[in-house]
Design a protein around this ligand. Structure first.
Ligand SMILES: [Zn+2]
Length: 234
């Protein structure tokens, strides 16, 4: 079996979505990439989480051709592949229909940064894609979903804002590996929920100022990061 460690990591990241209450039934999918091999490991389509094993994971190349696996890959595979191709530094992608993040996606509103929880993880609002055109939906829908995400990041650093809301659909998150991508999906859901409540309490609440936003983001990320233990620094 190819890439046994990555299969296990991708399985565990998929199960983490369930543990965090981010998916219903078989919704949601996580993948991971072995950059040196050009191979992607992704959840199979439609297999219940409680019976999923590493052997169920499907391995494809970056064109989507199945390299190993008897099951069909998640139907969102072309979206994941578009992100791996466009965002060269990422190692994992997670997609959910988690309730609050999806509500913001359906409202077609970016999640503003109202506080330090958001600022710790996302160096800016979490953007929302443009609405997809009928022609993009009618053919190569999942690939075009990936292209819509990439367009939303033309002026945003994907490594500093590792999540997006696909308009009228839901969030995609990414990170250096599948586990971090799944973790980011949980953080996004929490900040989307808090942003919703913030606006319920004060519908004219302002986003945090750049000094506080930068302080929280930059103390955990980048060359001058000092949060956590030295060996945990990235
Ligand atoms: Zn979806």
């Amino acid at each position: 079996m190819l890439l046994p460690d990555l299969r296990e990591q991708v399985l565990q990241a998929n199960l983490e979505l369930v543990r965090q209450g981010l998916v219903l039934f078989t919704f949601g999918n996580v993948s991971g990439i072995a950059r040196d091999r050009g191979l992607v490991v992704i959840k199979p389509s439609g297999v219940p989480y409680d019976s999923m094993t590493p052997a169920h994971m499907v391995i494809t190349d970056l064109s989507g051709k199945i390299v190993e696996g008897d099951l069909r890959p998640s139907s969102d595979l072309p979206t994941h592949l578009a992100l791996y191709i466009a965002f060269a530094g990422i190692g994992g992608v997670a997609h959910t229909h988690s309730e609050y993040a999806t509500s913001w996606a359906q409202a077609r509103k970016p999640v503003p940064c109202f506080g330090t929880t958001h600022a710790d993880y996302f160096h800016g609002p979490v953007p929302v894609t443009d609405v997809m055109k009928d022609s993009e939906i009618n053919s190569d829908y999942e690939l075009n979903t990936g292209h819509a995400i990439v367009r939303a990041f033309q002026k945003i650093d994907y490594s500093a804002v590792p999540a997006v809301l696909v308009a009228n659909h839901g969030p995609f998150c990414w990170g250096p590996d599948a586990g971090v991508a799944a973790h980011t999906a949980a953080i996004l859901e929490a900040v989307a929920r808090m942003a919703y409540f913030t606006l319920r309490i004060n519908d004219s609440a302002d986003a945090v100022g750049s000094a506080l936003h930068d302080k929280h983001y930059l103390r955990k990320h980048g060359v001058n990061a000092y949060y956590g233990q030295a060996e945990e620094k990235k």
